[in-house]
Structures are given as structure tokens and as C-alpha cells.
Design a protein around this ligand. Structure first.
Ligand SMILES: Nc1ncnc2c1ncn2[C@@H]1O[C@H](COP(=O)(O)OP(=O)(O)O)[C@@H](O)[C@H]1O
Ligand SMILES: [Mg+2]
Length: 277
């Protein structure tokens, strides 16, 4: 059982308000699609839920199973079952992929996982995402192709078995075969385990395959529309202009900063400063 409740969330990055009052509830075993034009705060929302220190929550609340998420450190959030697959997974030289997975799994449980059980789980999960097993012995994401990085995120999700998996443009950079593999892995997790999903994507193709139970649109740092499959199809065909007209809202121009890899930035800061602040 899991339930995420977000109330009136306001988030700033470097004095710029990005989220301007987000209300969102994700019930147990929901498959939620989050769409919206670029630069309107989708990744910021996921980063704020996970606790990325770059994002300053200035107002509002986030509860996970009734517990105050904003009071938790990032690792506590993770141990409570919240998982984020990055839009741009970071490369961490010197850290072996398999060691990273094992440490993460151990951090999530009171008892250390046996080497045998770990390898079995790792073998099964790599098969499921059709990843060559030797990738687990390479350093974390270093030199991985875009598609391999994304599959590595899904592999990590499988191993950690979260209650809430947030996937940020997991399909970007994937070829058709890889999108099918990733979607199958998501569907298997959704049907067999108690995992809810919050999935950001620009493409109806992914949503056709994973069949969200509900879809939300974020514009100007707020959720402005809720719908179902038909909403995703309409956006795929017509874009976002009709929403502007129907809801009578201006779609604000976002500054054209290069997209920032939130994972990479946060990780580099921790390495550089020795802490997350
Ligand atoms: N780490 C950051 N530092 C400064 N500005 C950022 C950072 N991350 C995102 N932004 C800005 O916040 C806005 C929202 O970005 P984002 O949440 O990534 O949008 P989306 O995921 O909807 O494309 C954009 O204008 C972007 O330039
Ligand atoms: Mg984004």
C-alpha cells in the first residue's frame, strides 16, 4: 500500500519560482502520466519529491503514507520506497555498477543480502531488461550509451522494488526495441508488485505501451488538467496550444537554459563539498 499526497507545493531554484502550487495525489497502484511543455517544472517536481538539494521548497506539503516527506533526508525517502530514475543519469567513475546496486539494496534492508541471492536477482533483472551482464561489472554509467543508461535505471528500479517509481523521460534516447523492453519491464513491475508509477514523457508511444490509469498536464509550474488516455492522444496530435485557448492561460516562455542533469549536478556537489548542502 502506498499513497503520495502533494499539497500546494511551491519550489524555487536559485531565486526563480518554478513550481507554483502543485496539488497531486497518487493512490496505491496507480500508473500516472505527467505531460507538459519543456521547462515547465516536471523534472523539478520529481526532484523535489526525491529531495534534490538544488530545489528549495518554499511552501506546501508532501506526504508519503501519511509521513512528512519534507522532513526526511534523501536516503530516508529512498528507504521509504520512493525511487527516481533520472532524465540524464550521471556517470560515477570508480564505482562499479554491481557494487552500487548491492550497496543500495543493503541500505534498504536490515539484513545484508547474500552474495548468491544478489547475483540471482541481478541476473534475473539484467535478463528482464535485456542488458548484457558484463555491463554490471563496468563503472556506473561511464561510457554507457544513452539507452544503456536508461536501462540501467530500470534495472536499479527492479532491484530496489520501490513503492513509488518516478521515471523522468525514460524513453528519451531509446530505439523502438529498447522502448518495448523498458515498457515490458515497467508493466511487469506494475502488475506483479505493489509499485505505483509517476511517468514523465513527451511521447504517446510509451504511454500506449504502459497504459497509464490517469494523466496530468503541467503548465507554468501547476497541474492544469487531469484526464485519461484520450488527453494523451489529443496532446500527441495537437500539442498544447488548445489547452492555452480552452483554459484561457498564457503559456509562459521559459528561459532557454540548457537542460541540466539534476543527478549529475547534485552528485558533483556532494563529491566536491563532501555534503549535500
Ligand atoms: N538545476 C537548475 N538550475 C537552474 N535552473 C534550473 C535547474 N533545473 C531546472 N531549471 C529551470 O527550471 C525550469 C523548469 O525545469 P524542469 O523542471 O527541468 O522542466 P521540465 O522537466 O518540465 O522540462 C526551467 O526553466 C529550467 O531552466
Ligand atoms: Mg524534464
Amino acid at each position: 500500500m502506498s499513497k503520495l499526497e502533494i499539497k500546494n507545493l511551491h519550489v524555487k531554484i536559485e531565486d526563480l519560482e518554478i513550481l507554483k502550487g502543485v496539488d497531486l495525489t497518487i493512490e496505491n497502484k496507480e500508473m500516472v502520466a505527467l505531460l507538459g511543455p519543456n521547462g515547465h517544472g516536471k523534472s523539478t517536481l520529481l526532484g523535489a519529491i526525491m529531495g534534490n538539494p538544488r530545489y528549495e521548497v518554499t511552501e506546501g506539503e508532501i506526504y508519503f503514507n501519511g509521513e512528512d516527506v519534507l522532513k526526511m533526508s534523501v536516503d530516508e525517502r529512498s528507504r521509504k520506497g520512493i525511487f527516481l530514475a533520472f532524465q540524464n543519469p550521471c556517470e560515477i567513475p570508480g564505482v562499479i555498477n554491481a557494487d552500487f546496486f548491492k550497496s543500495a539494496m543493503n541500505a534498504h534492508s536490515d539484513k545484508k543480502i547474500s552474495l548468491y541471492k544478489f547475483y540471482k536477482e541481478l541476473e534475473n533483472a539484467t535478463k528482464e531488461v535485456k542488458m548484457p551482464f558484463d555491463l554490471v561489472n563496468r563503472t556506473l554509467n561511464e561510457g554507457f550509451s544513452g539507452g544503456e543508461k536508461k536501462r540501467n535505471e530500470i534495472l536499479q528500479m527492479k532491484l530496489l522494488n520501490p513503492a513509488l517509481a518516478m521515471l523522468d523521460e525514460i524513453d528519451s534516447g531509446l530505439d523502438v526495441d529498447a522502448i518495448n523492453i523498458v515498457s515490458e519491464a515497467i508493466n511487469k513491475q506494475f502488475s506483479e508488485k505493489d509499485t505505483s508509477f509517476l511517468v514523465i514523457s513527451h511521447y504517446a508511444r510509451l504511454f500506449d505501451l504502459i497504459k497509464p490509469t490517469v494523466a496530468y498536464v503541467m503548465i507554468n509550474g501547476k497541474i492544469v488538467l487531469k484526464g485519461d488516455e484520450s488527453l494523451i492522444k489529443r496532446i500527441d496530435k495537437e500539442g498544447y496550444t488548445w489547452i492555452k485557448n480552452e483554459l484561457n492561460i498564457e503559456i509562459e516562455k521559459t528561459d532557454k537554459k540548457a537542460p541540466i542533469s539534476i543527478g549529475t549536478c547534485a552528485t558533483k556537489e556532494v563529491i566536491k563539498n563532501g555534503s549535500s548542502k
